[in-house]
Design a protein around this ligand. Structure first.
Ligand code: CP
Length: 296
């Protein structure tokens, strides 16, 4: 695994190997030292969880960690991103963690030749992919459910603009999980094969094991959205949340829009902070795997 661009390019074996390695890191069984490797975090979009859990993972695997500041870089003098990364490669960076608003940029960059070998890890690309989020979500789910082929997940909300939904669907389909999406028409987006679509919350939540709520991506929405209608019909409340369901959210949460605030105090919602915690171990496993592939 030289790069991690999307879930589609990972095999089931590779996904399971990343999760097994993450578990070893979590249990403290596996220790590693990548002090000969240099990794740079380049975030063109805002982030708390992804950026800081990558930083934590980089510290824990003992690589040399750099944070690229867009505002003070020569990108502000007009340098393009390919030249920027080619220079980073010449300086000695071995891997780039990239979050960017463009759906396809990271894949295009990963196919180019650089001064020295450099790996790309996708930390979120537009509305297209967020593979490390899907991997940490899968890791979180697998700690609770052994056989996913007998389980149902319902993904709720702004599916249309969600890279988290797209990457999770691509991953969970590989494990034959039953996948439902619950969204009003204005948040459904292009329908994906193998997914059942619902507009009625009660029907979608019947016999579901996991509810994954999505953030409404206000920064990507051009059209007028009737938030009152959304809250009335799709907001997760204590009343409509099934008793023993596993509640997930990638964060950040728009409190009292997609989830009513008091739901976050329930036992069901404990998973959400565990997702953030698990992100560190999964990102350690991804970085370790990619740096080893470069002999570092
Ligand atoms: N889940 C997620 O990607 O969160 P951040 O935008 O805070 O990184």
């Amino acid at each position: 695994m030289k790069h991690l661009i999307n879930i589609e390019s990972l095999s089931i074996d590779e996904i399971n190997q990343i999760c097994a390695k993450a578990l070893d890191f979590e249990k403290g069984i596996r220790k590693t030292n990548h002090s000969n490797a240099s990794v740079i975090n380049m975030f063109f979009e805002n982030s708390t969880r992804t950026r800081l859990s990558f930083e934590m993972a980089e510290n824990k695997i003992k690589c040399n960690k750099f944070n690229f500041s867009i505002d003070t870089s020569s990108i502000n003098k007009g340098e393009d991103i390919f030249d920027t990364i080619n220079n980073l490669s010449a300086i000695g960076m071995n891997a780039v963690i990239l979050r960017h608003q463009d759906n396809n940029l990271i894949e295009e960059l990963s196919k180019k030749r650089y001064f020295q070998e450099i790996s790309f890890i996708n930390a979120g690309s537009g509305t297209n992919a967020h593979p490390t989020q899907a991997l940490l979500d899968y890791y979180t789910i697998k700690k609770h459910f052994l056989d996913l082929s007998t389980k149902t997940i319902t993904i709720v909300g702004d599916v249309a603009h969600s890279r988290v939904a797209r990457s999770n669907i691509a991953l969970l389909k590989k494990f034959n999980m039953k996948i439902r999406c619950l969204a009003p028409d204005y948040f459904t987006g292009e329908k994906i094969d193998g997914v059942e679509y619902y507009t009625n919350l009660e029907e979608a939540f019947k016999d579901t094991n996991i509810i994954m709520v999505l953030r409404i991506q206000k920064e990507r929405i051009q059209e007028h959205i009737d938030f009152e209608d959304y809250i009335k019909n799709y907001q997760i409340t204590k009343e409509n949340l099934p008793y023993d369901v596993f509640l997930m959210h990638p964060g950040p949460i728009n409190k009292n829009i997609e989830i009513r605030e008091d739901v976050l105090e329930t036992q069901n919602a404990r998973t959400i902070l565990n997702q953030a915690k698990n992100g560190v171990y999964v990102r350690m496993a991804i970085l370790d795997t990619i740096l080893i592939s470069q002999g570092l």
